[in-house]
Design a protein around this ligand. Structure first.
Ligand code: MN
Length: 363
């Protein structure tokens, strides 16, 4: 569950237009959810259908960019409309389009059914994000008519997918990244069917605040004839990403620093331990024909020599037996200086005994 929903600056307006008696469109701004719905069914049933869709999506939509959850919310809206018609709320056959957006940081998720649209103004250029579920879209994409012809086609309002009729209806989902400075538009066909894309782009690229832009769009659609209900929702994407990036970077840096600290501490502990061990140890070694006593360790550890000369004992190698002399050439590690000194003392006694024994034999 997201606790910190960003509040983008928005502008919106829904208008009955110049021809229709009722406004069957609905919209909602419930950050991070933004949606428009264009109801149909006549005798005010379209209003009921678009209202059920908007209320259901408001209750069921995820509060983060979660495609499966948004899809499930749209499926629930479809079921609610079908059930409503069955129970006498509105009329049988009522239906609605739905274009719903969830924005989390710079992630944009859109669910789309019908011919309401989402557009994104990025770097002053307008791109249509969604694909209509309409007869015109099919004729245009199969190359049978041009976009210009579709705009004035008598069957231009026939849609091929809506909520409220087919119980298995699914939305199309779109996921994309948005940037600070982008402007998102959700609208019903009462806007996109009345204005050329160039006109939409020109008005959206104006630097007015989003409410002024929403008003201008509705006014322009009415000025062009206002044949249908007109609903627009304009969302200005402002800076949210840098804050998050800083947070991630800081966490990363803290991670690196912690790792280095732990590494240094462990290394220091290991070195200290080794130093203490070495300085308490001792060894005997043959040097210049006699036995020397060292504190520390024979040999090197990782290229470091840990030994300190303690004493040249004057015990001559030639006075010791050959096995002992050979071992002393390699070094004899002792666990303490005391035991090293004790061993030297033993050597001296052995030498003394041998010398007195030799004398005894000789004498
Ligand atoms: Mn419409």
């Amino acid at each position: 569950m997201k606790t910190n929903v960003h509040l983008f600056k928005t502008g919106s307006r829904t208008d009955v237009g110049k021809v229709r008696k009722h406004n069957e469109d609905s919209l909602i701004i419930k950050p991070p959810l933004y949606a428009v719905a264009d109801g149909m069914g006549g005798h005010e049933a379209g209003e009921v259908a678009s209202d059920i869709a908007i209320q259901t999506i408001a209750n069921e939509a995820p509060t983060s960019v979660d495609p499966n959850a948004l899809r499930a919310a749209v499926v629930a809206a479809n079921k609610a409309i079908i059930q409503g018609a069955r129970e006498g709320v509105g009329r049988p056959g009522m239906g609605t389009t739905l274009t719903a957006a969830v924005i989390e940081e710079d992630d944009l998720l859109i669910a789309q059914v019908g011919d309401s649209r989402a557009y994104l103004l990025h770097d002053g250029e307008l791109q249509q994000l969604t694909r209509d579920h309409s007869l015109m879209e099919e004729l245009v994409s199969s190359g049978q008519i041009t976009e210009e012809e579709a705009r004035y086609h008598p069957n231009r309002s026939i849609i091929t997918r809506a909520l409220g009729s087919d119980p298995t209806a699914q939305p199309d989902l779109y996921e994309l990244q948005v940037s600070a400075g982008d402007r998102l538009l959700l609208c019903s066909d009462g806007l996109s069917g009345m204005l050329e894309p160039e006109e939409l782009e020109r008005i959206l690229a104006g630097d007015e605040d989003p409410q002024k832009v929403a008003d201008k769009l509705v006014d322009a659609a009415n000025a062009a004839g206002g044949f249908d209900n007109i609903t627009v929702l304009v969302i200005d994407i402002d800076t949210v990403r840098p804050r998050i990036e800083q947070k991630r970077r800081r966490h990363f840096r803290i991670g690196i620093i912690s790792f280095l600290l732990v590494f240094l501490l462990l290394t220091a502990a290991a070195c200290t331990g080794l130093y203490l061990y070495a300085s308490n140890s001792a060894f005997l070694i043959a040097e210049d024909g006699q036995v020397s006593v060292y504190r520390g360790l024979t040999g090197d550890i990782a290229g470091i020599s840990l030994k300190w000369h303690e004493e040249s004992t004057g015990v001559a190698l030639k006075d010791l037996n050959t096995t002992t002399a050979k071992r002393l050439e390699q070094g004899v590690q002792m666990d303490s200086l005391d035991s090293a000194n004790e061993l030297i003392e033993q050597y001296r006694q052995q030498i003394d005994q041998r010398k007195s024994g030799d004398l005894g034999v000789d004498n």
